[in-house]
Structure formats: structure tokens, C-alpha cells
Design a protein. Structure first.
Length: 253
């Protein structure tokens, strides 16, 4: 039940969902004859969608999350690690679709980075994580399948496919690795929350973020004023992570 509630709150904490709820409230106000209030609420709903879909807004929200931990550079010395842990995402296997198409964008970036690091540190285990509700294939199984196809040996592969969220993953990793340092691979925007949960569980993660999306760079003015689906996805992602961090601060996670 807790997992379903968290999923529902996460689904509602998006610009489109927030704007839709405000628009419904505006329609009710208009039905009751409160035309002025309804008009302002419609304006607010439209503004939320417009600004939420602007690329610079999404970039500005994502950047503080993604820049919290730099990528793990190839020349950075890393010693005494016990594993490389890749956190879960979404996996929807279907007939006629390769594993690279069945994994979502985040998951594909994470597992490929995990395999790349496994080749850099061939003596450590690659731990792929990520469960799913009943009837859904865990992402850990998709990760394991792709890792094997990319040359990772079964003896070096550990599959944790029971965890439904990052909190569960942190507890499973703590049970497996204890206080031994390990490399943690997840999306750059997700890394601040993942590291806090891992440390709270008593583990010692070394961040290796991947899948960076924020792009703070000069661009033409007219492009910055045009809403886009990519801008909306960035804003959605950032709001999801800020909500997760807030829930941790309030003790709800």
C-alpha cells in the first residue's frame, strides 16, 4: 500500500497533473458562477504547463541535482571496492523487441555504465538491482540479460530483483555488502537521494552518476521561449527527485 501511495503522489506531482487539477477546480468555480476566480485559475494552469515545458526551466531545476556528484573519472583512484551496484529503472520485455529496447532510457544508461565500470574493475562483482510489482518483470532481470550479452560472466553477476523502490534497494545492498565501499551507478538527478538512502542504510557508496540531462548552455532567445516535451520531461524528473528528498527530510521514506 505504501508503494502504491508513493507512486500515486509521484504521478500527481507533475506540471500536467497539477495544471489539470487546477483546471478542474476552475471548471467547478465557473459552474458555480465564480467566473473571475475561474478565469484566474485557468491562467495559472496554463502558466504551469507553459513554464514547466520550457527547456531552461527544466535545466535550472535539474542542474543542482546532477551537479551534486561529478562523474567517476577514469583517472580517479578507487581501491578496496567490493562491487558495482546499478539501481533499477523500468523494463518491459516484449516479443520481437531486443533488451536494449525493453529497458527505458534511464535503465539503459545505468546498466551500460555499470558494465563499462565492470570492465575497468574486473575483479569486483556487478550487482544489478530493481524489482517490480506482481505481474511486471523486474528491471534487474533486464539488466542481467544485457550484462551477459555484453560479456559479463555469470560468476561476477549478482541479481537483486525484489526491491520496489530506492529505499528497499538500499536495505538489500546493505544486507549484501555491509560497510564495504562500492561504486553506485544511477541517474545523475537520482544520485543525491540514492546516496542519502544508501548512507542511511549503513553502506558506503562511491557515486558514479550517469544519464545527465541538464544542459546549461547559450541558445537563441526564441528557442528558450518555446515549450517542448523534452523540457517537460526534465521538469517532471526534477520535481520527482525534489519530492523524494522532501519525503526523506520529513521522515516519510
Amino acid at each position: 500500500m505504501k508503494f502504491l501511495i508513493k507512486q500515486l503522489i509521484g504521478a500527481l506531482a507533475t506540471p500536467l497533473a497539477i495544471a489539470l487539477m487546477i483546471a478542474i477546480a476552475a471548471a467547478l468555480c465557473r459552474f458555480r458562477g465564480r467566473r473571475r476566480a475561474a478565469a484566474w485559475m485557468f491562467v495559472v494552469a496554463a502558466a504551469i504547463v507553459y513554464f514547466g515545458a520550457l527547456g531552461p526551466v527544466g535545466d535550472a531545476l535539474l542542474a543542482p541535482l546532477e551537479h551534486r556528484y561529478p562523474p567517476l573519472s577514469d583517472d580517479k583512484p578507487v581501491a578496496d571496492i567490493s562491487a558495482i551496484v546499478v539501481l533499477g529503472s523500468a523494463y518491459t520485455p516484449r516479443d520481437g523487441i531486443p533488451v536494449t529496447g525493453a529497458l527505458d532510457e534511464d535503465g539503459l544508461a545505468r546498466v551500460v555504465e555499470g558494465v563499462r565500470l565492470a570492465r575497468r574493475f574486473p575483479s569486483v562483482r556487478l550487482v544489478v538491482s530493481g524489482g517490480a510489482p506482481n505481474g511486471v518483470t523486474p528491471s534487474a532481470l533486464g539488466y542481467a540479460r544485457l550484462a551477459r550479452e555484453l560479456g559479463v560472466d555469470d560468476a561476477s553477476l549478482v541479481v537483486l530483483d525484489k526491491s520496489l523502490d530506492t529505499s528497499d534497494e538500499a536495505r538489500a545492498v546493505a544486507k549484501l555488502l555491509g560497510e564495504t565501499p562500492f561504486i553506485l551507478v544511477t541517474s545523475a538527478s537520482h544520485m543525491p537521494r540514492a546516496v542519502r538512502l544508501m548512507e542511511r542504510a549503513g553502506t558506503r557508496p562511491i557515486p558514479a552518476p550517469t544519464g545527465q540531462r541538464a544542459c546549461i548552455a547559450p541558445t537563441s532567445l526564441w528557442r528558450t521561449l518555446l515549450p517542448s516535451s523534452s523540457g517537460l520531461r526534465k521538469t517532471d524528473r526534477a520535481l520527482h527527485e525534489y519530492l523524494g528528498l522532501a519525503s526523506m527530510f520529513l521522515g516519510a521514506d
